[in-house]
Design a protein around this ligand. Structure first.
Ligand code: ZN
Length: 442
């Protein structure tokens, strides 16, 4: 591939594709002898379908190749030959999804080098990384060796797959950056919680030293607010802000009750107007409360926010545990960070599930790893789009102008009928047609 690196230090699409090339060439290939389709074709073929959000992308490219001698599969996505869905299935099913993890790491490293992570630093210079489990496949019929099997009381069986899909996020910024996922492969008798906590701990151990270097505060829901997970976070040199509910933290809330009675909680109140109403944000916090009822329990800082409207209605209430020292100055920020993890539902998991990034594409499910390989390639497509949104001025201009659905409809139509030498050329073509000008200063 010719010079995939941009002059500006920003990540380009070709540079990103180049990473898929590097990884794909090292994928284990169980076949021997001369083969028409390379592992590269299978990985890029699946990726191209997710990136264009067009299940028929490869069919269209085959037709285009017959008519014009070349297709976007080769020019845009740098495939050698266009594999069938069947080839993709057979070639990728034996591959472990973790082979693709270096691509996620590469992207974050490049973000760091080009200064693009700086806007994501939030509390004490830390990046916020939200952990959240998501089920991305469920069926009563289709299953593979790695499916989780749930037997219901009525005798019915559900096969499913779930993963932790961590993202870097920051309050008031709609763009989240996915990090490599950790797939949950349940053992017999594992509860959801055990399974998700175990997956989180595996992920933390693998990522810890890299995250420590970046400076990271982990965000997560009440499920993660457990002594062993917090301990694992601290052991890796990371910080945490986790939802901390009364029902699952009896001992901690006995302390809070006691401190409340003895006026031992610190308080901050902020009043403001929003729309027709007047609101009061009531913050309370303290430090050094035990997370659980054991002698060796971690001591954490605790805080809560209750928002009360002028008609007396409580419009928000939540509480968090953190290892950060809470002060009058940072309490608002800490709670805002804790609340920001809800964004993961909207920006990452929801986008993946509902906005065209079908994690469960009709490629079929495979017998071994296909389902997880497809999920990780799909997440990479999401990461590549987010990267372009942050780094490519043409892409930004078009996405600001076109609604999401129109954008992908147009990509599908254009690549069906015309062959573009690069994504740049495709985007330039769209810019001209829409009479847009790129802002190159950003
Ligand atoms: Zn399965």
């Amino acid at each position: 591939m010719s010079h995939p690196f941009s002059q500006t230090g920003k990540l380009t699409f070709d540079e990103l594709l180049h990473q898929i090339h590097i990884v794909s060439e090292q994928l284990p290939d169980l076949r021997s002898g001369d083969v028409t389709y390379k592992m590269l074709d299978a990985a890029l073929g699946a990726f191209s379908i997710f990136f264009t959000q067009s299940p028929s992308f490869l069919d269209f490219q085959r037709t285009l190749e017959k008519a014009k001698g070349s297709s976007n599969a080769q020019t845009l996505f740098k495939m050698v030959n266009i594999p069938s869905d069947n080839h993709i299935r057979n070639l990728l099913d034996p591959v472990e999804a973790s082979h693709f993890n270096p691509i996620y790491r590469y992207v974050i490293e490049r973000f760091q080098q080009s200064g693009q992570l700086e806007p994501y630093r939030y509390i004490n210079g830390d990046l916020l990384v939200a952990l959240d489990g998501t089920q991305y496949f469920a069926s009563s019929k289709i299953c593979c060796r790695n499916c989780k099997v749930t037997e219901h009381k009525n005798g019915k069986i559900t096969y499913s797959h779930a993963a932790i899909t961590p993202v870097i996020l920051v309050p008031d910024n709609p763009r989240v950056l996915p990090l490599e996922p950790e797939f949950m492969t349940p053992q017999d008798g594992d509860e959801k919680q055990d399974c998700e906590n175990k997956a989180a701990k595996r992920w933390l151990i693998q990522q810890g030293s890299r995250l420590k270097e970046l400076g990271v505060t982990i965000l997560g829901d009440d499920l993660y607010c457990k002594h062993p997970v917090c301990e694992a976070i601290l052991k890796e040199g990371l910080n945490f802000i986790l939802t901390c509910k009364p029902d699952s933290h009896k001992t901690l809330y006995e302390w809070i009750d006691y401190l409340e009675k003895t006026k031992g909680l610190q308080e901050v109140e902020i009043q403001y107007h929003k729309g027709k109403h007047h609101y009061i944000d009531k913050y309370r916090f303290t430090s050094d409360v035990p997370l659980r009822d054991t002698k060796d329990s971690l001591k954490v800082s605790w805080c809560e926010l209750t928002t009360v409207r002028d008609d007396g209605k409580v419009t928000y209430h939540n509480s968090f545990a953190t290892n950060h020292t809470i002060t009058n100055e940072n309490i608002v920020k800490i709670v805002k960070a804790g609340r920001a993890r809800w964004k993961i539902e909207n920006e990452n998991n929801n986008t993946l599930k509902t906005k065209g990034y079908h994690l469960t594409h009709n490629f079929g499910h495979g017998k071994e790893n296909l389902s997880t390989v497809m999920a990780t390639l799909n997440l990479l497509a999401f990461l590549f789009h987010t990267t372009l949104e942050l780094m490519d001025s043409q892409y930004q201009a078009i996405r600001n102008y076109l609604p999401r659905k129109t954008f992908f409809d147009d990509i599908r139509a254009l690549t069906r009928y015309m062959c573009f030498n690069s994504l740049d050329e495709l985007l330039s073509f769209m810019m001209k047609g829409l009479e847009l000008e790129a802002d190159d200063t950003g």
